[in-house]
Design a protein around this ligand. Structure first.
Ligand code: IMP
Length: 179
């Protein structure tokens, strides 16, 4: 059983939508217009972000794939050992790849995934994370694009969970314990 808590809104649905629109312009500038882009979502936290992001890239030919790496389990502490629970279905060798993550926290997950995918020799590989908690970083890693930098708070919503709950909130909120 989890401790009692309330959720305080931190980033509204409107702010998220505006930021994704701006980021999609940057992404368009980076990847060649005539080439197919493989957008790789890290499950499960990126599922709403990737859905909104690819619809902002509707003028491009986009392929969507998913990869699942182990992260927190049901706790609030990050694990330093990253395991691949579900690999991509498609090949990425010689292709343009955009890896989409919900949050960069310690940095272990995304740095591990990027090293793995780069070993498959994509033509170009870039990373985007909706949220970044730079104060929590334990490995030297920075995503190419960040939606919002946030302080060291535990957040939920817009795909992100606490013990598998709250993914369906349309905004990002911070968890505040009330006990
Ligand atoms: P990292 O390997 O420490 O960078 O962890 C990244 C993963 O931890 C994210 O993809 C999330 O699944 C999870 N995570 C980090 N911070 C939070 C949070 O505030 N709320 C929920 N999950 C989080």
């Amino acid at each position: 059983m989890s401790r009692p808590y309330v959720i305080d809104q931190m980033i509204s649905a409107k702010e998220i939508a505006a930021r994704i629109e701006a980021l999609s312009k940057e992404i368009r500038k980076t990847f060649p217009a005539g080439e197919r882009l493989v957008v790789v979502g890290l499950l499960r936290g990126s599922f709403i972000f990737i859905a909104d992001l690819v619809r902002e890239l509707q003028d491009r030919e986009v392929e969507v794939d998913f990869l699942e790496a182990s992260s927190y389990g049901n706790a609030m502490e990050s694990s330093r050992e990253v395991r691949i629970l579900k690999d991509l279905r498609g090949e990425i060798g010689g292709r343009n790849v955009l890896v989409v993550e919900d949050i960069v926290d310690t940095g272990y997950t995304l740095s591990h995934v990027v090293a793995l995918l780069k070993s498959r020799e994509p033509k170009q590989l870039k990373t985007i994370a909706l949220l970044d908690k730079p104060s929590r970083r334990e490995v030297d890693f920075r995503a190419d694009w960040i939606g919002f930098e946030i302080p060291d708070e535990f957040v939920v919503g817009y795909g992100i969970d606490y013990a598998q709950s709250n993914r369906n909130l349309p905004y990002i909120g911070k968890v505040r314990f009330t006990d």
